[in-house]
Design a protein around this ligand. Structure first.
Ligand SMILES: [Zn+2]
Length: 167
């Protein structure tokens, strides 16, 4: 008595089913591989960003007080000549300091250096040039910057005009 041969799983499936299964399985394998790769890339990216930020925070500690002041003024929107006038130094001296800042922060230009300083958490983004910026200075116990004083003046003039128009 020969044992009855049981049909294999392959024999129970049509060619089309096998094809579908193969496609689905290949897709799952591929997506798992891609997902793992993407996760590794995201982790590497996050690590690089964190390393870059730490590196720049470190780099900033090598900037002189004057260079930090220039970077801060640039962040507040002052131009090179305006910074030179404010610090009573030559424009060429500002340029020199800015080249050092860019080199240390590995920035292509001073705007990029300001961005990098923000990214590294060296500066907080503060609002300047309007009533809110002016109020924020007072709240921080500071003397408002020129941009905020100008903004505050415009704000008060505007309020007065509105009151006069309403009267
Ligand atoms: Zn301000």
């Amino acid at each position: 008595m020969s044992p009855q041969k049981r049909p294999s799983a392959r024999e129970l499936l049509t060619d089309t089913s096998v094809e579908i299964l193969a496609t689905v399985f290949a897709g799952q394998v591929r997506s798992a591989v891609i997902e793992r790769a993407l996760k590794q890339m995201a982790e590497a990216e996050a690590e690089a960003v964190a390393r870059g930020a730490a590196h720049r925070r470190q780099a900033v500690t090598t900037l002189s007080d004057r260079q930090l002041a220039i970077l801060r003024l640039r962040a507040d929107g002052y131009s090179g000549p305006q910074i030179a006038a404010k610090l009573t130094i030559a424009v060429s001296t500002v340029d020199y300091h800015e080249r050092v800042i860019c080199h240390r922060l590995e920035a292509v230009n001073i705007t990029n250096a300001v961005d990098r300083a923000y990214q590294a958490g060296i500066f907080r983004r503060e609002r300047h040039g309007d009533h809110a910026g002016y109020a924020a200075h007072l709240y921080r116990g500071e003397d408002p910057c020129d941009a905020c004083k100008t903004g505050e003046r415009a704000y008060r003039n505007n309020l007065r005009q509105q009151r006069e128009a309403a009267a």
